[in-house]
Design a protein around this ligand. Structure first.
Ligand SMILES: [Zn+2]
Length: 242
């Protein structure tokens, strides 16, 4: 995994990007000691220096983690991540299902090569389609483009509209709140976002889990000893039988 991550980053076009968001199903466990592990690696695995790196867990998996993981690792709380599921190769499964009958009786090597061929073909088409669709403001796509690119563009359009709606909602909500509370919450948020880069626990301020209230024993006792409800009603209304 370390090898794949480092070489994937080394061979990708991250260039001058200053912020990286890396999502993985079990990132909450995996990224612990990652940099120390890489430094100790005998293979001297390269990890891009000088980047602000956010480690997160994809939306499909985060709900299966302990509750503390949600504010600490969900993409919802990563600045700039937007609403993203964090999955990529899974989107190929539907297309590859059409290939599966022809690999059922193949040997392991032949199956791997055939699936690899189809995935590389998909990547190639995506690369070509990106150039095509970005030039079209209304995204008039031909039917033979790889599904992944139009769906990404569709999500982008949806996100643009969503950001306008969310902004309007936030402004309306803030008008109902005391200014002092807003400035306190903003300061908490900035501290948490800065602190998370060294310690994920800093994000616990976003955890909305409530502590259960306690009910004093003396009050529980008096509640048990209270007269039956029907008697209480009679006393309250002054109605007596007979
Ligand atoms: Zn977790």
């Amino acid at each position: 995994m370390d090898y794949s991550l480092c070489n994937g980053l080394a061979n990708s076009n991250i260039g001058d990007l200053t912020i990286l968001i890396i999502l993985y199903d079990i990132m909450c466990q995996y990224h612990r000691n990652l940099l120390r592990r890489l430094a100790d690696s005998p293979q001297s695995l390269p990890f891009p220096p000088g980047k602000k790196v956010y480690f997160g867990v994809g939306a499909f998996h985060i709900s299966g983690h302990v509750p503390e993981c949600f504010p600490r690792h969900s993409p919802h709380y990563i600045p700039g991540a937007g609403v993203v599921d964090g999955e990529r190769c899974e989107s190929l499964w539907a297309t590859l299902n059409q290939v599966s009958p022809s690999v059922q009786v193949a040997s392991l090597a032949a199956r791997t090569e055939l699936l690899d061929d189809h995935m590389l073909d998909s990547n190639w088409k995506k690369m070509l389609d990106i150039g095509t669709v970005w030039g079209h403001p209304r995204l008039h796509l031909s039917t033979d483009v790889t599904p992944s690119v139009p769906s990404t563009i569709k999500r982008f359009e949806k996100a643009l509209k969503g950001s306008v709606d969310s902004e309007a909602y936030l402004v309306a909500l803030e008008e109902t709140l005391p200014e002092k509370s807003i400035s306190t919450w903003e300061a908490d948020m900035l501290n948490a976002l800065e602190g998370r880069l060294s310690e994920a626990k800093a994000m616990d301020v976003f955890d909305t889990t409530l502590t259960k209230g306690t009910f004093p024993l003396s009050r529980r006792r008096s509640h048990i000893d209270a007269p039956p409800r029907s008697d209480m009603c009679r006393e309250a209304t002054g109605i007596n039988e007979g």
